[in-house]
Ligand binder design. Structure first.
Ligand SMILES: Cc1cc2nc3c(=O)[nH]c(=O)nc-3n(C[C@H](O)[C@H](O)[C@H](O)COP(=O)(O)O)c2cc1C
Length: 351
């Protein structure tokens, strides 16, 4: 029976190697909405790396031979890929684990995985992600199991709602490639924004794929910087203009999430007020998202957001740093006009 299973799998793997391209093309995967360079700071707080690997879902027998059975010894192939993504993004890492692990014997694992696939079961998981809502980007990794995903991956997707999140898939496989795995994921999480940029590698090349997977992550726009000051505040070249009568002040926005929020609100017509001796302020109708924004520290000419009060601040003098004060951008031209702001001003995307 076991020999037959192994033969069947080999056949399936060869078949899917030929079939996977057609299968992939038939799936409509939305282009990720994220198309800009993102420097992840503060530990990649909104990024989750979730993965399944056999090595962390196997009952390891004491006499297991690490040379002939490398798949059940940590790190598993997908686990290794996940670790590099975690290092590159600074995100949180989550290992999908079943409560009833698989035997470390290859044939026994194949047999159970085949039965689970055939009866469409959802293996019980040890735990779910704590507060999945805090993540807007998910890297999801898995091995090809029986020309698809391990059924535990479907348990994970059904219990952790990825709707509206940017999802990047990575997979390690034998000769079967991605096979039907992407279709299964799309079908189970139809509202997730699954990127068509998928990283996959042959099982024997996983351990030497570090450079490739780090480049893939960087090409997607993620690069974790340990140094908060590494941020290039004008990298995006997004400029906004503030019009006061016939005069214009121009700011360059940074790539932070609060600057994103402000940018999405434009154009705005707002009442500006005086505050203290160094600030002009206004209150946007909605609060800005500060989850991935640098603190303000740029001195006079800084455009900032003070989260405790919900006001946007145009500084025309020095100020003290504050844990609730986030930088949105820096002055480009017209700094001498800031202290003349009064009444209604118009803020637009600069031409
Ligand atoms: C139960 C089981 C089923 C598998 N089925 C396939 C398959 O259908 N096609 C394929 O290309 N590889 C298949 N493989 C090979 C794995 O996808 C591959 O070894 C992968 O690199 C394992 O990653 P991991 O070490 O993180 O578990 C299977 C492996 C196992 C254990």
């Amino acid at each position: 029976m076991k020999k037959i299973l192994t033969m069947l799998l080999t056949l399936a793997m060869s078949f899917t190697l030929v079939a996977c391209r057609t299968a992939e093309e038939s799936v409509e995967i939305e282009e990720s909405s994220r198309n800009k360079e993102t420097t992840v700071e503060g530990g990649g707080a909104n990024i989750l790396i979730a993965y399944f690997t056999w090595a962390e879902n196997a009952v390891l027998e004491e006499d297991v031979d690490v040379v002939t059975s490398p798949s059940v010894v940590v790190p598993g192939n997908v686990q290794q890929l996940a670790t590099w993504i975690q290092e590159e993004t600074g995100g949180d890492i989550f290992s999908i684990r079943v409560t009833d692990p698989y035997l470390s014997d290859w044939d026994a694992c194949l047999e159970r995985a085949n039965e689970e696939r055939g009866s469409d079961v959802r293996p019980e998981l040890q735990e779910n992600v704590e507060n999945i809502d805090q993540y807007d980007t998910v890297f999801l990794g898995y091995p090809n199991w029986w020309y698809g995903v391990p059924m535990a991956l479907l348990s994970f997707l059904e219990q952790n709602d990825l709707s509206g999140k940017d999802v990047y898939l990575f997979c390690s496989h034998g000769t079967g490639g991605l096979a039907n795995s992407v279709e299964q994921i799309v079908e189970t999480s139809p509202e997730a924004i699954i990127s068509d940029s998928i990283f996959d590698c042959y099982e024997e090349e996983a351990a030497s794929s570090e450079d490739e997977i780090r480049s893939w992550v960087n090409d997607l726009g993620y690069s974790f910087s340990e140094e908060p000051n590494d941020r290039d505040d004008t990298a995006s070249q997004r400029q906004i203009s503030v019009r006061i009568d016939d005069n214009t002040i121009v700011y360059a926005l940074n790539d932070g999430s609060a600057a994103d929020s402000l940018y999405e609100m434009l154009p705005l017509s707002v009442e500006v007020e005086d505050y203290s001796t160094n600030e002009k302020i206004f209150y946007p109708e909605e609060g800005l998202d500060t989850s991935n924004s640098p603190l303000a520290q740029g001195g006079s000419g800084t455009l900032a957001y003070y989260e405790p009060w919900g006001d946007v601040v145009f500084f025309y003098g020095e100020y003290n740093e504050n844990p609730g004060l986030f930088e949105l951008g820096q002055i480009v031209s017209g700094e001498e006009l800031i202290n003349q702001m009064s009444g209604t001003i118009t803020i637009e995307i600069a031409e």
